[in-house]
Design a protein around this ligand. Structure first.
Ligand SMILES: CC[C@H](C(=O)O)C(=O)SCCNC(=O)CCNC(=O)[C@H](O)C(C)(C)COP(=O)(O)OP(=O)(O)OC[C@H]1O[C@@H](n2cnc3c(N)ncnc32)[C@H](O)[C@@H]1OP(=O)(O)O
Length: 337
């Protein structure tokens, strides 16, 4: 099926075989890079809840010449900072983008570390929630411009973009309720990172800003596609074409922000993190199996065709029906007044 043929851009969607196989999107873009972009989405059929996540999460984004090992090695050549993960007893993990000397910009090694942390979270079966924050009171200023300058040829840019698209879509699909805690600035790739979370909480004085236009770019980490789904195409168009500074008030108004916190009392960020944990706790109360199932049915409802999403919902339902939490609720004759 050709969705768009404006003489230059072709988007062909073919769906070989029945559900459970592959969705192939071929985007031919003659001209500029003269390359094909091939997205292969694998949706395995028989999903237990644990496998559901893997199924949805197993998007591999490949393009001509894209080798994950190669790009990992290339990214590792730009070290600095870290991505720190603390998994807490409460079932809420805290992931910190930590490169304060560069306003938490993503060095190459941090991109690789983010992928490793996402893998760890995919294996964390007790988890219910995730808060992503920046170190030292600011969120993230996007890609490290030193790495960007050194990788400014289109081939390297494409590879980095595909690596980050994969990581961020896996992050969004984790069976955890995720929150971006935005203090200070979320710029460029930092703004894109906020859209890879289920919710965004902002503190007074913070901003989310897609500065890509001012860099002669568009988002490449999947941030535009996700932004459209969060705020709608009108607002996304304004945000991207105006490189708008979205403050908490505007964030709430357009649905980008899910809440405004009081924020840090002493500049340490500790208060904002506590507030974010309290906010998230309202949604993560309950057994991990149920919270994770909720996230999974929402992800499938959002991302899969309706018939497939319905089948997935049925499969996930089967994992909680008659489960410990369900039996306990039935035995307690719970009333929902
Ligand atoms: C756009 C696409 C791309 C992607 O999606 O992959 C990107 O994300 S490109 C990066 C987009 N971000 C920027 O262009 C940010 C540029 N920086 C700024 O606008 C400011 O530094 C700001 C607003 C983040 C902070 O301003 P402030 O006055 O408070 O502090 P400084 O400017 O003095 O910054 C302190 C220190 O951090 C370095 N810095 C900040 N951002 C980056 C960055 N993205 N990469 C590398 N280094 C960064 C800045 O140069 C200063 O270092 P210093 O050695 O002290 O000069």
């Amino acid at each position: 099926m050709v969705l768009s043929a404006a003489g230059q851009h072709l988007l062909r969607v073919s769906r070989p075989g029945a559900w459970g196989q592959h969705l192939l999107l071929r985007v031919s873009r003659p001209g500029a890079w003269g390359q094909h972009l091939l997205l292969r989405v694998s949706w395995p059929g028989a999903w237990g809840q644990h496998h559901l996540l893997r199924g949805i999460g197993s998007v591999s984004t490949t393009a001509k010449g894209f080798q994950e090992k190669e790009i990992r090695e290339k990214l590792q050549a730009f070290p600095g900072g870290s991505i720190d993960l603390v998994k807490q007893e409460s079932g809420i993990a805290v992931l910190t983008v930590n490169n304060p000397a560069r306003m938490n910009a993503f060095s190459g090694s941090m991109m690789v570390e983010l992928e490793e942390r996402v893998s760890q979270l995919e294996e964390w079966t007790e988890g219910k929630g995730l808060i992503i924050q920046g170190a030292a009171g600011t969120f993230c200023s996007g890609s490290d411009l030193n790495a960007v300058r050194a990788m400014s040829n289109p081939q390297d840019g494409m590879k980095m973009c595909m690596f980050m698209q994969n990581v961020l879509i896996r992050l969004l699909r984790l069976p955890l309720l995720s929150v971006a805690l935005v203090e200070g600035s979320a710029l460029g790739g930092g703004a894109e990172l906020t859209t890879a979370c289920d919710f965004r909480l902002m503190v007074p004085g913070s901003m989310i800003r897609f500065v890509h236009k001012h860099m002669g770019l568009v988002p490449g980490w999947g941030g535009a596609a996700r932004l459209v789904r969060i705020v709608g195409s009108q607002n996304a168009l304004k945000m991207l074409s105006g490189a708008l500074k979205v403050d908490p008030e505007m964030g709430l108004q357009i649905g980008l922000a899910d809440g405004v916190l009081e924020g840090s009392l002493d500049g340490s960020g500790a208060n904002a993190l506590l507030e974010a944990e309290q906010w998230l706790g309202c949604y993560t109360t309950g057994p991990a199996s149920v919270i994770r199932a909720i996230k999974n049915v929402v992800v499938s409802g959002r991302e899969l065709p309706l018939d497939v999403a319905l089948r997935t919902e049925r499969d996930v339902f089967g994992t909680v029906w008659g489960g410990p939490a369900n039996l306990q609720a039935l035995a307690s004759k719970a009333k929902h007044k």
